[in-house]
Design a protein around this ligand. Structure first.
Ligand SMILES: [Zn+2]
Length: 247
């Protein structure tokens, strides 16, 4: 039995009285667990198993199985604001999808970046959601150890000047200098301002975005990066839904 900070990423009803949840835990990464009896009127889980809720989970881990047992969940932060706007809900679902996809590779840093990201998105006006979500997503990518190379060329490793116009090559894992770009045809142009923003986001800073086209370009860059490095060829349907909603 372990006690760990956890966030509800996914939840669905199982049989008459139970729920199965997927949790981003601080101690054990993403786990699936059954909350037996959680839909009974006087369940000890109360309303705690709502989507995107943070709390303390009491988990019985079964080493040989993929489905563990949730013995208790003490909710500490429910974040109902994420459900009150379609754009915020879509953004939270996109962040949850990134964590779900990483499965057990998730770490305490991922849990904390996700919790902070959910809080930030919950507190954002609709027009601020894209920047808050992109910042959280890149922070999570960084915590997972997949941060792209941005201050050095991903191929020749030459240091890039802040104002240098470079390309972004998903396959190469980041920024590519003018000399190396011929080796990666099709790499996207990455303006110096966009590169600076990415570096700030990965470092955990907030950088607002001031127009829709910039936000859309950043969404597309992140989705392509996720598909290349983490998607195993699978699409990110929640992320794509969010892109269609916002901005
Ligand atoms: Zn180079």
């Amino acid at each position: 039995m372990i006690e760990t900070a956890a966030i509800v990423l996914h939840a669905f009803d199982y049989r008459e009285t139970s729920r199965i949840v997927r949790l981003a835990t601080r101690e054990s990464g993403v786990v699936s667990a059954i909350a037996k009896g959680s839909r009974r009127p006087k369940s000890r889980f109360g309303q705690g198993l709502d989507l995107f809720t943070s709390g303390t989970a009491l988990l019985v881990l079964h080493p040989s199985r993929d489905l563990h047992t949730l013995a208790g969940f003490d909710a500490s932060r429910a974040r109902p604001a994420l459900a009150h706007s379609l754009i915020r809900f879509g953004a939270a679902a996109a962040l949850a999808e990134i964590c779900l996809r990483f499965g057990t590779e998730a770490t305490a840093g991922v849990h904390d970046a996700l919790a902070a990201g959910f809080d930030r998105v919950a507190a954002s006006a609709d027009e601020e959601v894209a920047a808050a979500t992109l910042a959280a997503a890149w922070r999570i990518v960084g915590e997972l150890g997949f941060a792209p190379s941005l201050d050095n060329c991903a191929l020749c490793h030459r240091e890039l000047r802040p104002e240098e116009e470079v390309r972004f090559s998903h396959r190469s894992g980041g920024a590519v200098c003018a000399t190396c770009r011929t080796l990666v045809p099709g790499a996207r142009s990455l303006p110096s301002s966009a590169r600076a923003t990415l570096m700030e986001w990965i470092a955990g800073s907030e950088v607002p975005l001031h127009d829709g086209p910039t936000a859309r370009a950043h969404q597309r860059l992140l989705r392509e990066f996720l598909e290349e490095h983490l998607g195993d060829g699978r699409a990110f349907p929640a992320f794509q839904s969010w892109e269609r909603l916002d901005p």
